[in-house]
Ligand binder design. Structure first.
Ligand code: KDG
Ligand code: MG
Length: 448
């Protein structure tokens, strides 16, 4: 292996201009890989990226979408939504990423991923990895369209009929939550996440106070909510006792703690809900300190899921290789795209950890489309979250995935199967919204 600098500088990648003019009509400022034989300048397969732009829209909630176009007119879309930090990703893409994409070969998906990750020097972090994911997914979409194949086929083909999904049931109290679980069973769901209001707390994560669909980012400045661990630890096991009593044992039941317990409190809850056989207990404790999950594992066999806030394999390396979790939640939009999540899923597979992708409403239908193709292929699939988008959102993002028999089924159209109606999107301008924060009853800051 040569460590000689001259070897690198001889490569077309290293000599490619870092930032050519970000205009669409710049095929002469061609960067890396443009001489690749398959690019065939001027042909219908000409893969040179000639335009890229960010679309921000708010059909009920904010979404950021990256649109990349090749010389041959093939368009790919990637989701770039980071809830409450939308414009940070939009600026990262517009200022730092799009200028270096113009002129590159859209078929060099791996090289572009490495360029944006390694080449940025400042690695990881949700803003960077969401921006990289948007590029990566748009490029996979382009590849699928050029090949005339659905994305799952490019990944290695179908491994299952469809992706088992879980939806969100919630209620202001246990009885309301259990009734909603019943309504979802009637609609054909085989897995349901249950959250209920906590007696004595005005607002609880996952529970809509207004009776409307739950949407956490609801105010321009962060809403301050109050949290009490003792109150929650008393009521949470009662929720599952009631749901099992009302609906029996055929249903998969899930619950999200949303990072609010210390490791020993999380161990207590995992042990208390053991008799109700949850499919998983999610984000039982914050996971910056991955070793803290050892404490939960020592005390309980309740399956554990974690990772919607992770953005790299390095965030969960110890969790996975020490088999401290059962499901990894990191999904495509926040984890560097298909190229990186595929690595993560393979790493998880050798430790018998399965996927359980994040699928809240703040991940756009573009992410859902890509995730469903991934779910259809990935051998170690576990479950897919499905928190329903509003009708306005679904209208802005025409898609070909469908819900049937408790599963979401990706479509057969080339690429990830999700597009954007830009005329409609323009009718919903960006509206600043941030996620809430949590404080303890004495005013001290806590994890939301
Ligand atoms: O933006 C934050 C939401 O995506 C998050 O609160 C949803 O925890 C969540 C989940 O499991 O869907
Ligand atoms: Mg969660």
């Amino acid at each position: 292996m040569s460590t000689d600098d001259s070897r690198a500088s001889a490569s077309p990648r290293a000599t490619a201009p870092m930032a050519t003019a970000p205009t669409a009509a710049a095929p002469t400022t061609v960067a890396s890989g443009s001489s690749s034989p398959a690019a065939k300048p001027g042909s219908t397969l000409d893969r040179r990226i000639v335009a890229a732009r960010v679309i921000v829209t708010c059909p009920g909630r904010n979404f950021v979408t990256l649109r990349i176009e090749t010389q041959a007119g093939v368009v790919g879309l990637g989701d770039a939504t980071l809830n409450g930090r939308e414009l940070a990703v939009a600026a990262y893409l517009t200022e730092h990423v799009i200028p270096v994409l113009i002129g590159r070969d859209a078929g060099q998906i791996e090289d572009i991923w490495q360029f944006l990750y390694r080449g940025a020097y400042w690695r990881r972090g949700p803003v960077t990895m969401t921006a990289i994911a948007a590029v990566d997914v748009a490029l996979w979409d382009i590849l699928g369209k050029m090949a005339g194949l659905p994305l799952y086929q490019l990944l290695g083909g179908r491994s299952r009929e469809g992706a088992l999904v879980y939806c969100h049931a919630n209620g202001r109290d246990i009885s309301e939550a259990s009734d909603q679980v019943g309504r979802y069973i009637e609609q054909g769901y085989k897995a349901v996440r249950a959250q209920a209001g906590v007696p004595g707390l005005r607002k609880t994560y996952g529970v809509s106070a207004s009776g409307k669909a739950y949407e956490p980012a609801e105010s321009e400045l962060p809403l301050e909510t109050v949290w009490s661990t003792p109150k929650y630890l008393r009521s949470a096991p009662e929720l599952f006792e009631r749901v099992r009593a009302d609906h029996g044992w055929d249903l998969e039941l899930l619950h999200d703690v949303h990072h609010r317990l210390t490791p020993i409190e999380a161990a207590r809850l995992a042990k208390d809900v053991e008799p109700f056989r949850l499919f998983w207990l999610e984000d039982a404790t914050p996971a910056e300190n991955q070793k803290s999950f050892e404490l939960i594992r020592k005390h309980s066999v309740t399956p554990l899921a974690v990772g919607e806030v992770f953005n790299s394999i390095w965030d969960c390396k110890h969790l996975i290789e020490s088999q401290l979790i059962d499901y990894i939640r990191t999904t495509i939009v926040h984890g560097g795209g298909i190229t990186h999540i595929r690595r993560l899923a393979d790493f998880a597979a050798i430790h018998q950890v399965r996927t359980g992708f994040h699928g809240a409403t703040d991940l756009s239908p573009v992410c859902m489309g890509a995730a469903l193709h991934f779910d259809t292929w990935v051998p170690n699939f576990g479950i897919q979250e499905y928190m329903h988008h509003s009708q306005e959102t679904l209208d802005v993002f025409p898609h070909d995935y469908v819900f049937r028999d408790g599963r979401l089924h990706c479509g057969e159209s080339p690429g990830h199967g999700v597009s954007i109606d830009e005329t409609l999107a323009a009718k919903f301008p960006y509206s600043p919204k941030q996620l809430p924060i949590a404080r303890l009853e004495d005013g001290g800051m806590w994890d939301w």
